[in-house]
Design a protein around this ligand. Sequence first.
Ligand SMILES: Nc1ncnc2c1ncn2[C@@H]1O[C@H](COP(=O)(O)OP(=O)(O)OP(=O)(O)O)[C@@H](O)[C@H]1O
Ligand code: SF4
Ligand SMILES: [Mg+2]
Length: 343
Amino acid sequence: MSAPLLSCRDLSVTFDVNRRGAWPWTPPMKLRAVSDVSFDLAPGECLGVVGESGSGKSTLARAIVGTVPTSGGRIVFDGTELSSMSPRERRRHRKGVQMVFQDPLAALNPRMPVGDIIAEPLLTHHPDTPKKEVKARVQEMMERVGLLPNLINRYPHEFSGGQCQRIGIARALVLKPRLLICDEPVSALDVSVQAQVVNLLKELQRDMGLSMIFIAHDLSVVKHISDRIVVMYLGRLMEEAASRPLTTRPRHPYTQALIASVPIPDPVLEKARVRPIISGELPSPLNPPSGCVFRTRCPKARPDCAEGIPPMLEPEPGHFVACPYNEVQDVLAVADEAREKVT
Ligand SMILES: Nc1ncnc2c1ncn2[C@@H]1O[C@H](COP(=O)(O)OP(=O)(O)OP(=O)(O)O)[C@@H](O)[C@H]1O
Ligand code: SF4
Ligand SMILES: [Mg+2]
């Protein structure tokens, strides 16, 4: 792998949370939203991040962008550590890392025409850019994301959800960043336009040589766009592998349960399928389980899983898993087994 563009090592983010009804002098509780997360991202690579709601995906993204402070570990972007950056390097970092958000309409200023919305980051970082050039750049970006440039003076409410997300993407790319972080960019969209937006992002990533972090809670969305995928649970990484081995031969009981929870669009097959069961609620991050954080819901948990945090193992080259009792479960074989039972 070439030198990574982004490297996170033992990254942790902790929030202070005040207890409801507590006295003002009561010390706040510590909520570890992200714990000891490590991964590398190569130039031009797309890393998928999946996990249930509350697993720390957005917090991880915000820490990389630099909008929440880290409480431990390191983030190195293009050879410079985030915490040691001078104000000038920080500005360069902000320019080089852009985000696309989940709710496209909420992310756009309703009182601004789309041309101004897309131009805003450009004018913030390069206020002296001539007006003519700004307009040309905006129109070029609009065309690139599949919007008619003559709609430049329209307002966000005049566009559909999918079009609003295209405006958000144009705005994020107008500065030609090196890393694009998409935080659930299609979750709020109609199923019929989700694939179009994912394909657009894939195309832009390839054409512009972008590195990308694509966050979603649904593995089936992430697997088509990602080269590699990391699976998060309660702020920790459970498994990391290239997209295909992770989705067809997952090793961690949590990844296996995530994949098994995606319904098969055939009612007979769906009913016959044998699923590893993931029961119960996500524990509170204010009081995570001791040892392996997944143990309270893990179908394979043993008494010693409570004793220590499992180390990240590499049972196959490039396939990392935080479970000593990991074993391959071929999900395609599981589906075949179910099919045989039915026929
Ligand atoms: N500013 C904050 N202050 C306190 N707690 C926070 C803050 N932001 C996030 N959290 C907590 O951190 C944990 C992780 O939240 P985060 O939003 O990163 O999860 P997520 O995986 O993105 O979830 P979702 O899929 O719902 O977007 C949650 O328990 C959340 O309540
Ligand atoms: S370490 Fe134990 S509890 Fe955690 S995933 Fe593995 S088997 Fe399950
Ligand atoms: Mg989120």
